[in-house]
Design a protein around this ligand. Structure first.
Ligand code: ADP
Length: 395
């Protein structure tokens, strides 16, 4: 697949008076302008036969906000998106769009734009006809269709490709056309289901920038973006809803979820933390750093919720937070090096906490001396990067 260079500068979308929404007060101000959420799920459950694909899921997305639904494959992300769009019936709960309950409405009456992973363009229609299709189906006056199609194609940089067939386009270009088609009806809500996952690495990076630009050009629409890729979620989302086993595990700003993970799962899925079981050695206030013990090895860690003396908790530490040391560090552990993996700009060292089977990963800059397999040495860590989270019962 060849890279898709931008053909046209992005142009801002024209809002028709009927769809006009209040503008932000200042550029870059991410405060939602309306208190009515653009979309809300209220205890929504969806089942496929006996499989519960989404269980009592509730969240709201404000106008102008991008929410990423992030989680492993099969966690219920696409199902949540389909419930919003009306492609799956809910067995319980309600979906609201712009303050209106739409649970019983068919997809065409919900006014949302939907982009799926594999473009889903009509192969026998050219780009222009693909984008115009929904407008024609909705009996948009012919005189309005051409300017609107031109406008959205210009917005995604595809106007000069209007006469091509989908098979004459790269994957990235086809996905841009799919986005243009979703935007043609001027939705207030755009749903993106793994829009970048069918693209190769370089195209994904280009499309990430495209989507950031699109957000800038359409400041008032709400976007719900399904992805299993944490980098995509962190780059694009104002907030992240972390999905796990059909349930919403946590929802917060990308910043908070990353820097103050509320659970073992949040810390491991977002940032690849390793988990160490420990015991709090003292009462530790929420947000404070305090001492913990792991089989005689002491560490200091930050507790987001606070901990009682002797409480069993877990520590979550990301691989980049550890640093190897050949002397006893102020805050660290003794480890045995297992092996090393080359990962481009870093080497990922797999190690075990000495005298245990507990694995930890340590990222070492490539140009730095790396330890050798079999070596016993120390790792040190800043207590602010040691997140104390509730201990999860093992499955
Ligand atoms: P995700 O988008 O997070 O990968 P999905 O929402 O697609 O997950 O799926 C959630 C669960 O529902 C999974 O267990 C999946 O196997 C199941 N599922 C999804 N679609 C169907 C379907 N059409 N029929 C039966 N089971 C399905």
């Amino acid at each position: 697949m060849s890279a898709a260079p931008r053909q046209q500068p992005l142009a801002p979308v024209r809002q028709t008076p009927a769809r006009q929404t209040p503008a932000r007060q200042t550029p870059g101000d991410h405060t939602p302008v309306s208190t009515v959420p653009a979309v809300a799920l209220r205890d929504v459950s969806v089942a496929y036969g006996s499989t519960i694909a989404l269980a009592e899921c509730s969240f709201e997305v404000a106008r102008g906000e991008t929410l990423a639904l992030l989680g492993p494959s099969g966690s219920g992300k696409s199902t949540a998106l389909k419930a919003i769009a009306g492609f799956e019936d809910v067995v319980a709960g309600d979906v609201e769009i712009d303050g209106r309950t739409v649970t019983a409405l068919p997809p065409r009456d919900r006014g949302v734009g939907f982009v799926v992973q594999h473009y889903a363009l009509f192969p026998h229609m050219n780009v222009r006809a693909n984008v115009a299709f929904g407008l024609k189906a909705r009996r948009t006056p012919r005189a309005d269709i051409t300017p609107r199609v031109n406008e959205v194609l210009r917005m995604v940089g595809m106007l000069s490709y209007a006469d091509r067939l989908p098979r004459e386009l790269s994957g990235g270009q086809q996905q841009r056309v799919a986005i243009a088609r979703a935007l043609a009806g001027q939705p207030d809500l755009l749903l993106l289901d793994e829009p970048l996952s069918a693209l190769d690495t370089r195209l994904r990076e280009e499309m990430l920038i495209e989507l950031q630009q699109l957000r800038h050009d359409l400041p008032d629409i709400a976007i719900v973006h399904v992805t299993h890729d944490q980098a995509e979620a962190l780059a694009l989302a104002d907030r992240i809803a972390l999905m796990r086993n059909a349930r919403l595990e946590a929802i917060d700003t990308a910043e908070n979820l990353f820097h103050r993970p509320p659970s073992e799962f949040a810390a491991t899925f977002l940032g690849g933390a390793d988990i160490l079981p420990v015991r709090a050695l003292d009462h530790i206030d929420a947000g404070a750093v305090g001492p913990v013990d792991h089989g005689g090895a002491g560490l200091r860690a930050r507790s987001s919720r606070g901990a009682r003396r002797d409480q069993q908790v877990s520590l979550a530490v990301r691989p980049w937070a550890w640093e190897f040391s050949r002397t006893v560090p102020d805050n660290g552990l003794e480890v045995d090096v297992v092996d090393l993996q080359w990962r481009g700009s870093t080497r990922h060292v797999r190690a075990r906490v000495a005298h245990t089977d507990l694995p930890i990963g340590v990222d070492v800059p490539v140009l730095r001396d790396a330890p050798r397999p079999g070596e016993r040495l120390w790792v040190r860590v800043d207590p602010a990067d040691v997140h104390m989270v509730p201990a999860e019962k093992s499955a």
